[in-house]
Write a protein of this length. Sequence first.
Length: 489
Amino acid sequence: MPTVVIAGAGLVGALNACFFAKKGWNVQIYEFRRDIRTMKHVQGRSINLALSQRGKSALEAVGLKDYIVDQGVAIRQPYGQPGEHIVSINRRHLNEVMITQAEKCENVKFFFEHKVKSVDYENKKLIVQNISQPSRIPTFGQKQTHQDHQEFEIEADLIIACDGAYSAVRRSLMTLPRFNFSQEYIEHGYVELNILAKNDEFALEENVFHLWPRGHFTLIALANKDKTFTVTIFAPFDEFEKHMATPQDVLQFFQENFPDAYELLGEQHISETFKRVKPQPLVSVKCSPHAFFDNLVLMGDAAHAMVPFYGQGMNCGFEDCLVFSEILDKIGDIGESIREYSRVRVKDAHTINDLAMYNYEELKDLVNHSSYKLRKKFDLFLNSIFPKSWIPLYSMVTFSRIPYSEVVERRKSQDKIILSILHEGFTQLYSTIQKMADKLNMSLDDIIRLKKKTEVKRENGGGNRGGNRKQFPIKKGAGARKIIVGGRG
Ligand code: FAD
């Protein structure tokens, strides 16, 4: 059986291990961290994640879907169709379950506390360093020996880099000709907090996505199985620095902007959290190709880290594993399979990366716009009439396995149809007015002049509608909206 070496035992690396374990390959996974199953606290990104269709399909292929879904909380959305929901799951638990599942196969071996340093692409090998602590405690001033931190090379039929957004493997490929890479940090960072259970019950409604949009900063909350909520504040680093720099500032900020959440989070928890953790940056990474030589492929965040505003980072990474497994089963040859994988997957990865960035803009403020809500309702209306052919963008991304690039093509066709409906509407309106004008023995210009005169009268207080219309600012401190705007990630 061939050997696959996987860099990183995070979400995507661990799932890949399950896929190859199932195929009966020899699997070696090198992970920088200690075994998270033995750790008290695991440092890292978001505590919980929104699992949707693409992720579920990949978990189903390795027999884990029902178990994982059962461990989560179903989150429904008002714009959704019956039966459509995402599942809020605990990152650590999910990661642990996949490691344990993969390890059940005796041909799978995890090497924790092993850092992948680089890839030696001339010899098609991975360079790994053992960073485990030596069993003896070095006495003061004593250097650790080379043997404690040995570097060694690994050869494999296939190498899969799943070592995350700051991938060491990807970094060592940067000097290759025709390797495209781009990276963007957005101006927002995030801090995670917790709402505890209240009298052993959820303190907020559990099956909805809670969102407090406040223009350029936003608070969201997602329920956990243990009746707590993970609450995340997304704000520009400027805002953190100016308004959340001291414990008093943070409390005032939360009290003024999110009074209901402030009560549930509690003063002490907010100040302790902000003392303990710094706002974390959010990065978006695109690269191409995703496959190199005859045996190396990038997957998950190593290939396409994205901002977490479409709830798709992990889902897309999980779908990577499924897409690659399907291609490998079909083609057989490793070199051809990785090239085909890169051919189909790069454009999809770029597309969801862009969609996530677009949703970042939406989440900031667009949800408050009536045109945004109108479009959502219009989409759902058309979907109820043509359920197979008119699927809203969010549903195609979240509740289908339509390739991301096709999702965007379909959306463009929908936009064209809407524009032509609007055009048709205007044409009809125009001909109705023309008929009216004919009946009144007036020209269209006469009608337009008459309309303008009426408007001037109203603006001068002559009318009782329109003249006093005001723009209402977002009410500070208003409660959360129970909506989903693409979830997270
Ligand atoms: P990672 O999870 O980062 O795992 C990489 C692994 O590689 C880690 O275990 C790391 O220790 C290891 N590693 C790193 N470097 C080395 C090295 N040199 N040698 C060996 N091992 C190494 N996605 C969703 O689908 N839904 C969501 O709701 C969602 N919410 C999110 C919220 C936030 C705030 C953020 C930041 C992200 C969110 N995401 C979400 C995205 C999701 O977290 C990532 O897409 C996902 O974790 C990618 O998995 P990965 O295995 O590729 O990378």
